[in-house]
Design a protein around this ligand. Structure first.
Ligand code: 0A1
Ligand code: ZN
Length: 869
């Protein structure tokens, strides 16, 4: 046994190294089997690891094991303790004579001091792990890279009273009691996996059990593990899990492969959830729901995240990523799969609208920012910073475009081929595209540019019509904007679904067509078009692009009324609103008539589903309006949007009240119809308040007080928080008292206030940061206040820069505890180039202050320094 003084805690690297995709080399050593033995204790956990290692190919390189934040107790090779190893940066380097050896290490780690929430950590008195992307190296020394696949056996020993439940990946093998008050359990996962999919949980947990019978007749034991008091809130997640399992069999032919599938909910989690093989670990916000505490939006998000993590079992676990540059291989595809699942549970059109709204709110700004990167990045400092909307959501759009180009049958044949060919391997984005090409019978050479070129393509469109000949010509031209490190880009493959409608008759003049624009510009001609056509373009948002068209307000209003594609109808309405808001922002005022008429028509149309109407009548967000401007003026945008909201509220007041009443007086039910009604009712309430109606605060307060569910309660609270009224203070107080002790609901209390456009939000947010319930240690709480404030255009950008300073102070403080979560909250400051010189200078100064802060993490350093470039 080696003296423990040999290697102390590994120091953090001073100048972070750039990791480049082109430097990839296959692992020099493989690890066919891994046996882990944990003596679990929050203060000091002992980890003994036994790795069988094999030299891969002919070379004389030493074995390199990644490790961080551990105390090494001993290292042995083939049963003999050795001294011939050294620490280089974060690696243990071990020269080995033969081609196959058994390496044993023993280390100590301190879960209760782990505030980064990577590796083994404590949450709510329980112990759990998070290993993606590079957390396993904080548990034991290992080649912590996704292309080293190993079969794991795990033994855990822990105090039985404190940690009665012991879970790990795979299937349970054995368990027993020791006579010192501890107990033990052994688990074995027969599927070779990368270290980032390793997981264990030890805790005092209750379980909601279910079963699922696979299509080949195997029974899978399902379990959702939570603290005892939360058990009644787990039925929705369990139900969603069963639906996901059936859906993946039906739609992709994918069956589950182990005998158990467990999900554990924890309160402290950096992301949404994690797909560890057979043992998913979730942020509790994506598991716990009952009508009193979760909104309809929360219910849908839970189902989507449960599905997402479950679908990873095939797209991520059975086939994993060769290196982290391929992250979108599993994430883009899995998001595409979960979007398809959610679309099948309710209105596919509304789901598509929500997804596009999300893309525009999160990914388009990223693509236009200093942090823009391709779906398959070329380099990074810290991989945690690349769990982005580009990798996830733009990645999903790439899969969607390939599915559109192939059509449903060939797409299914292509995914079958991919799952079959790469099962059990660590693959690349290129492997995926090659399967699409082969089974789809298409050439995707140029399409691959979507993986390597960052930036949102912009397409300009004009339509000409010669009444005499009946010929119509659609002219298209594309441009992919410059992004950091990339300029003069090549044209990309844009699959555009289009259809022409007659301006006079409202008739469809063509079928829907798929036009693939692959050149910088192209024209499409249509013969025998009898009347002036209006083009419905990029239907279903078939390509993730920005369109600049010469369509007039009248054309857009026409499409908002007549288009048969619900997405295109929504889109026409959004464009009309956007054009109006941009004009109003620039000129100080604008004609609201066309928008008011289009909204009135939408509200009057009895054939439309209320959930769709609720989406269609919502104005584009302030930040989306800002994205259209060369220089963002947050106050002018806010005023323009409020003026339009007020006019819509006033002019259509009777209609809003009718819509409001139609959704009122019903006992809660969780059906798609009722969800749609609740949504429209909350939107209507917002417009009634925007109109300035004298009874608005009273009406909202009555809804708040009478609500039998969180959707109504939070909807009313959101409206009230935007008012200056006694009712606002009373409602905030009652809400807080009622949900004291329920951290997920208190997050809503913080968030709703941080999102408010009221004048006093900046001061209020600063006060809330000193509230006894505020804590930087819990990522959900930190995001509920800091994250929400950062996206609140009006409050964050309030004159003087106090908001920028406050955000930077919070990020510096949070970075010392949890660098990943701090880095995620930085991007609002990085958008400085989009603002006027005064704001830009203030924002830059805060970024510079962050970069200069001593002891900054790699995570925050990368985000802040790139934002300054
Ligand atoms: N793979 C997960 C996301 C995830 C990534 C990193 C994490 O580390 C803190 C946690 C989760 C997913 O796509 O759901
Ligand atoms: Zn994922």
């Amino acid at each position: 046994m080696l003296d423990a003084t040999h290697a102390a805690l590994t120091p953090a690297p001073s100048a972070p190294a750039v990791i480049r995709r082109e430097d990839y080399t296959a692992p020099a050593w493989t690890v066919p089997t891994t046996t882990l033995d944990f003596a679990l204790d929050p203060a000091v956990t002992r980890v003994r690891a036994r790795l069988s290692v094999e030299r891969s190919g002919a070379h004389d390189l030493p074995l390199r094991l990644d490790g961080a934040g551990q105390r090494i107790v001993s290292v042995a090779v083939d049963g003999v303790s050795v001294n011939e190893w050294r620490i280089e940066g974060e690696q243990l380097v071990l020269p080995l004579p033969g081609d196959a050896h058994v390496i044993e290490t023993e280390v100590e780690i301190a879960p209760e001091r782990n505030t980064q929430l990577m590796g083994l950590y404590a949450s709510g008195g329980n112990l759990c792990t998070q290993c993606e992307a590079e957390g396993f190296r904080r548990i034991t020394y290992f080649p912590d890279r996704p292309d080293v696949l190993s079969t794991y056996s795990v033994r855990m020993t822990a105090d039985k009273a404190r940690f009665p439940v012991l879970l790990a990946n795979g299937d349970p093998v054995a368990q027993g009691d020791n006579d010192d008050g501890t107990h033990w359990a052994e688990w074995h996962d027969p599927f070779p996996k990368p270290s980032y999919l390793f997981a264990l949980v030890a805790g005092d947990l209750a379980v909601n059990r279910g079963t699922f019978t696979t299509r080949s007749g195997r029974t899978v034991e399902l379990g959702i593990w939570v603290r005892e008091a939360d058990l009644p809130k787990t039925d929705h997640a369990l139900h969603a899990l069963k639906l996901s399992m059936a859906w993946d069999e039906r739609v992709y032919g994918r069956e589950y492969d182990l005998d158990v599938f467990n999900i554990v909910a924890v309160d402290d989690f950096n992301f949404g959830a994690m797909e560890n093989k057979g043992l998913n670990i979730f942020n509790s916000r994506y598991i716990l729901a009952d009508p009193d505490t979760a909104t309809d939006y929360d219910y849908d998000a839970i189902a989507a995240v449960v599905a997402h993590e479950y679908f990873h079992n095939w797209s991520g676990n059975r086939i994993t990523c060769r290196d982290w540059f391929q992250l979108s291989l599993k994430e883009g595809f899995t998001v595409y799969r979960d979007q398809g699942f959610s679309a099948d549970q309710g209105s596919a059109a509304v789901k598509r609208i929500e997804d596009v709204r999300g893309l525009r709110a999160g990914q388009f700004p990223e693509d236009a920012s200093p942090l823009a990167h391709p779906v398959r990045p070329e380099s990074y400092l810290e991989i945690s910073n690349f769990y982005t909307a580009t990798i996830y959501n733009k990645g999903a759009e790439l899969i969607r475009m390939m599915a559109t180009i192939l059509g449903p049958e060939r797409f299914r044949a292509a995914t079958d081929l991919y799952f079959e060919r790469f099962d059990g391997t660590a693959a690349t984005c290129e492997d995926y595209v090659a399967c699409m090409e082969e089974a789809g019978g298409v050439d995707l050479s140029q399409f691959r540019l979507w993986y390597s070129q960052a930036g949102t393509p912009r397409v300009s469109v004009s339509l000409e019509h010669e009444p005499g000949s009946g010929r119509a010509t659609l002219n298209l031209a594309q441009k992919v904007p410059d992004t950091p490190g990339q300029s003069n880009k090549q044209p990309q493959v844009l699959p555009l679904k289009i259809r022409l409608f007659g301006a006079e008759t409202g008739e469809a003049l063509t079928d829907e067509q798929l036009v693939i624009l692959s050149d910088a510009s192209a024209s499409v001609t249509f013969e025998t078009i009898p009347e002036r056509p209006i083009v419905s373009l990029n239907r279903g948002f078939s390509a993730p692009i920005v369109i600049e068209s010469d369509r007039t307000a009248a054309d857009l209003a026409f499409l908002a009324r007549h288009d048969d594609d619900p997405f295109a109808r929504y889109e026409a309405m959004q464009q009309l609103m956007l054009d109006t808001l941009v004009a109003a922002t620039i000129e100080g005022k604008a004609d609201h008539e066309a928008v008011i008429a289009a909204v009135a028509d939408t509200l009057d149309n009895p054939e439309l589903d209320p959930a769709f109407v609720a989406e269609a009548v919502l104005l584009p967000s302030e930040s989306f309006v800002g994205d259209q401007m060369s220089t963002v003026d947050p106050n002018a945008i806010h005023d323009a949007r409020e003026a339009l909201r007020r006019d819509l509220g006033r002019e259509l007041e009777a209609r809003w009240r009718t819509a409001y009443e139609a959704g009122s007086g019903r006992a809660y039910a969780h059906t798609p119809e009722d969800k749609g009604r609740r949504r429209l009712r909350n939107v209507a309430l917002g417009y009634i308040a925007a109109s300035g109606a004298a009874d608005a605060a009273k009406l909202a307060y009555a809804q708040f007080a009478d609500a039998d569910n969180m959707t109504d309660r939070q909807g009313a609270l959101t409206t009230l928080v935007g008012t200056h009224s006694e009712e606002r203070d009373a409602a905030l107080d009652i809400f807080y008292q009622r949900y004291q002790g329920n951290s997920l609901v208190l997050d809503k209390w913080f968030q709703t206030q941080a999102l408010s456009s009221a004048d006093d939000t900046p001061q209020l947010v600063a006060e809330l940061a000193r509230h006894p319930d505020f804590s930087l240690a819990n990522p959900n709480r930190a995001r509920s206040l800091i994250g929400a404030f950062g996206v609140n255009q009006r409050a964050f950008h309030a004159e003087g820069g106090a908001g920028y300073r406050w955000l930077a102070d919070q990020l510096i403080a949070l970075d010392a505890l949890n660098p990943q979560t701090a880095a995620k909250l930085l991007p609002p400051l990085g958008r400085w180039r989009r603002f006027d010189p005064t704001r830009a200078a203030l924002m830059r100064a805060e970024l510079e202050r962050i970069v200069a802060h001593p002891g900054l993490s790699k995570d925050l350093f990368e985000q802040a320094s790139k934002s300054l470039e």
